[in-house]
Write a protein that binds this ligand. Structure first.
Ligand code: BES
Ligand code: MN
Ligand code: MN
Length: 457
């Protein structure tokens, strides 16, 4: 193990330079203009896997963006770890809020600034470099398969098909994913839950054209006003969601578990200060940590309609729209929730408008157990590299494919992430700490070591 860690120390600068090259490729999966760049990123990754000595490396085409696959078989008696990550990134908009261009990475204050620095190219690349270090030192203690997709940020639809199609090829004892956060650099944690997601777009249509807001205003239902009222009615005064049946399947978390989760270090004052808000707001009866992990939500992600250009234009819009996300918890089903939402939204609309609800991608929530050797090995690995045992923590984010790993492949996932919630993923000036990047590379070989040991005994 010392050789592996020494190899990492000796190659830090090169690892970092390579990551910066990777970050220069604008692999934006949502925007078809960047299809060529997503493909370029997959080729770059494939070449890198070949270079470090992986076998069976291939870029597998899909109906969307490709999947990069590779493996290294050491010995059939050893356990197999399947590593998952995503090399696609979110669009960088709004561009004018970046302090440096999103695809020209810079290092400032010990952090790498670029789109994808943390989510997920930086975290994915930790695995590539950990594998390189283990293989170069002849210390790979488990068989390994890697599977990197280019569509996580757009719903992982084709990866879902890939899992069905290559069930046998992907057989493994555990799936290791670094695409989540730790509590703080001196408070390591392992993510034990992810929320599910239902995402819909709604369109409210009133009159057949935009109207003069003086000539017609007061007599014709205004879609923008109506949309706002409908959205506002989705929560009551206690910030409970009002969609009938919405909470029916929600698993009630025990008082004991809630007590545990609220013992995690967290300062509401600092949280508010970081966000520049004077007060927080959320569901009555729950703490901030609970509201962002074990409780479901309904949030407007975008809203538009009518005139939004410069100056004042007097117009009563014909249409108004919103994009709405619902974060789900065990055992809510995204399709069922989408249907409940659509039915409710149409029912509450006044007769003066028509409603269209278009579902986008969704995903199942997931919780991962802590009483397994898969989790315990991760805990020991982090304790070794951080000098402090990690806390289990449920996250508010979503990685829909994790539920499918279990239902399709029958394999449990360990969410060994190294980001920070303050890394501004999906936002302008996304960054990833050098500390976190290298801590990840150091921790992964310990995971391989402890997992192999614990599986043997
Ligand atoms: N890596 C994130 C999810 C995440 C971030 C989990 C931080 C825990 C902590 C992932 O890339 C992501 O952004 N997921 C999307 C859902 C997806 C279907 C677009 C999300 O959570 O909004
Ligand atoms: Mn991610
Ligand atoms: Mn993301």
């Amino acid at each position: 193990m010392e050789e592996v860690q020494n190899y990492i120390q000796a190659n830090r600068q090169r690892f970092l330079d390579e990551l910066l090259d990777f970050l220069r490729i604008p692999s934006i999966s949502a925007d078809t203009k960047y299809k060529g760049d997503v493909l370029k990123a997959s080729g770059w990754l494939k070449d890198e896997l070949v270079r470090i000595g992986m076998d069976q490396v291939e870029v597998v085409p899909t109906a969307g963006h490709p999947i990069v696959y590779g493996e290294k078989r050491v010995d059939d008696s050893l356990p197999t770890i399947l590593i998952y990550g995503h090399y696609d990134v979110q669009p960088p908009d709004p561009l004018d809020l970046w302090n440096s261009p999103p695809f020209e990475p810079v290092i400032k204050d010990e952090k790498i600034y670029a789109r994808g620095a943390c989510d997920d190219k930086g975290q994915l690349y930790m695995h590539v470099k950990a594998l390189e270090a283990m293989m170069a030192s002849g210390k790979l203690t488990c068989n390994v398969k890697v599977m990197f997709e280019g569509e996580e940020e757009v719903g992982s639809v084709n990866l879902g098909h890939f899992l069905e199609q290559y069930k046998d090829k992907l057989s493994a004892d555990v799936i290791l994913v670094s695409d989540t956060s730790i509590i703080a650099n001196d408070v390591p944690s392992i993510t034990t839950g992810l929320r599910g997601l239902s995402y819909v777009e709604v369109e409210v249509t009133g009159p057949n054209i935009d109207l003069h807001s003086g000539v017609y205003g007061g007599a014709v239902g205004n879609p923008a006003n109506i949309l706002c009222k409908m959205i506002a009615s989705l929560h009551d005064e206690d910030k409970h969601i009002t969609i009938p049946g919405f909470y029916d399947d929600v698993v009630v978390v025990s008082d004991d578990e809630r007590k545990q989760m609220n013992m995690a270090p967290f300062s509401e004052a600092e949280y508010m200060k970081d966000l520049d808000v004077k007060a927080l707001m959320g569901e009555k009866g729950y703490t901030t940590l609970e509201r962002t992990s074990i409780r479901p939500t309904v949030e407007v992600n975008g809203i538009w309609g009518g005139y939004i250009g410069e100056g004042a234009k007097t117009v009563l819009p014909s249409k108004a729209s919103a994009k709405i996300s619902m974060r789900l918890v065990p055992n809510q089903d995204p399709d069922k929730i989408t249907a409940l939402f659509a039915e409710h939204f149409k029912r509450i609309a006044p007769p003066s408008v028509n409603i269209k609800v278009t579902p986008h991608h969704g995903g199942q929530p997931a919780v991962t157990p802590t009483d397994t050797i898969e989790y315990q090995a991760a805990s020991k690995a982090m304790e070794k590299s951080f000098g402090k045992a990690p806390l289990p923590q449920r996250s508010g984010g979503s990685i829909p494919i994790v539920a499918l790993f279990e239902s399709v492949l029958g394999v449990k996932t360990v969410l060994l992430g190294f980001g920070l919630d303050s890394d501004a993923i999906h936002s302008p000036n996304e960054h990833y700490g050098l500390f976190n990047f290298f801590k990840g590379i150091e921790t992964i070989p310990y995971y391989f070591m402890y997992y192999a040991e614990m599986k043997k005994s």
